[in-house]
Ligand binder design. Sequence first.
Ligand SMILES: C[S@@+](CC[C@H](N)C(=O)[O-])C[C@H]1O[C@@H](n2cnc3c(N)ncnc32)[C@H](O)[C@@H]1O
Length: 612
Amino acid sequence: MTKEPKLKITPAKGRPMLNWVGKKPLDYVKGFPAQLVEVFDPTRKMSLRGEAEAISYNELKDNWHNLLFHGDNKDVLATLLELGFRGKIDLIYIDPPFKSGADYVRKVELRGLKNLGQIQEDEASVLQQTMYFDIWNNDTYLQFMFERLMLLKELLAETGSIYVHLDWHVGHYIKLLIDEVFGPDNFRNEIVWCYTGPRKTPKAFSRKHDIILFYSKADQYTFNQLAIPHKSGLHDTGQVETFGTLREKRISEDQIKEIKILEERGKILEDWWIDIWATERYRKEFLGFATQKPEALLERIIKASSNEGDLVLDCFIGSGTTLAVAQKLDRRWIGCDINKGAIQVTSKRLQKIILKKIEKRDSSASPQNDRIYPTFAIYKVNDYDLKLLQTEAIELAVQHIGIQRTRTDRFFDGYLGKNLVKIIDFNHPLTLLDLQLFQDELKKRPDEDRDITIVCLGKELAVDPWIDEWNKKHPVNKIKVIELKTDKKYGSFLIHKPAETKVKILRSAQNDKKAIIEIKDFISPTIIERFNIDNKLFKVKIPDFRSMIDTVLIDTNYDGNTFHIVYSDVPEKKNDLVKGKYEIEIPKKKIKIAVKIIDMLGEEVMNVFEVE
Ligand SMILES: C[S@@+](CC[C@H](N)C(=O)[O-])C[C@H]1O[C@@H](n2cnc3c(N)ncnc32)[C@H](O)[C@@H]1O
């Protein structure tokens, strides 16, 4: 009998680690100045006039105001570290982009058109605004998440927890990343949140759940057992009850008793949640964000893993659900988003909640209601307005040129007639390096016989001779460039016409402590332009200029630097118009009044007036 050969298998070793091209640890980071841009301080408790930048944790902790950052969260988290927030965050919830290949779109509706009988079709008053492009290549995505997770770990308190909201796209990768960053021993739960809705997956079971990974920083962490009513079945309640705090991981006699009592009063929550609907079903709270999460979901997480006064952080806020719930539950919060629209929606959402809370507190004699944090400040870290304009500009270009977008091709962005189209990011000109990438891609597709159109904002000088040469050598795959900066036919939309407004301000003749502020007119060329492209057959006539206005903010004593929201007109319902005329108390001296108007696309115009 011949001897069987021995096949050597190398033993597995080390903890699970995911590798990708370009993986590198984050050894050090740099903080950035966080410039104060807006303050909401209805009780006027904050003494921030004169401060132009974010202040340190130590200065803030005894006179707290919540923080909303507009910027890339890598920069913002680094800035927080620099400001002394290391180990100060009690709870982190993040709901990052999923790498799902979709553009996230927020529906923007003009106000009041339905009421005015101008619009028959629902669709006609709705614009689709591209909020961010969620198309990433895997390596970049993993490095992006790895860096954020490492920074978040530094900020998390020793007793703190992190919840990462994901779905089937990248959930399995990110779990390995969190294991690597936080340690697999700190894994607590993989929560499965099931929602239901229209069937979308052909030839597979409908994908109707998200996963939320829950890790703690260490062994001892804040955790409040929660229970839901026994009868609670599928999607019929979001109510939870909290029962005490278990800071210990090991279960003591007392805790066993507590759990028994809990079981009598309700069903202790398990790691699969089927009683919370998708956000669209909660009509009152739905703000039109495709990825918006329900408040009931965040309520559960925040109640379970934090206590009143604790500090909650979300650095991918979107419509601001985490912050809204944190505010309602009397937690302190820090939020961040790269998208200006997200910051505006969140700011508006929180202003409403805070004003309601103050009203409730003032009308109630109970001192228990006293612990609210009524003030927040908005800071800008680096300038991301440009980024918003870029996504908008790309979208406009696509529509102007008539490009048909594709989601299925990993390299090309769409088609124009028979040509393949590639759009070069508007933050850099077309370079030889980009062309090299084309060449590499085409090598992988020997059967490709279509020509190529490249759309770019500008191009480097060396590009033209390269393309001439290429076109001479290649009878197929000829390259044509549309350079928007110089293109007469397609480039006109790039000339950005800012919104304009006419505002009248007077000190009241009857009462010299009051000003009468009236918006006489407002026009946003971008909104009109967008409507005329979106509804080619339907040229909108907007009968009331206020349809284009989302929010009016007024600072009655503008210091020339930071806008203090003294008065805000944020209509409750989507279909209500802003008032447009205001009588507001002002100081009895010579002052500057600033009026900021935010239109339905998130663009801001500010006018400043001197009042004697
Ligand atoms: C899935 S949404 C969050 C939705 C949110 N949970 C809600 O309930 O509305 C992800 C958000 O992350 C933001 N985002 C993406 N990349 C970012 C970055 N580098 N820094 C900050 N925010 C970012 C996007 O602008 C988007 O608003």
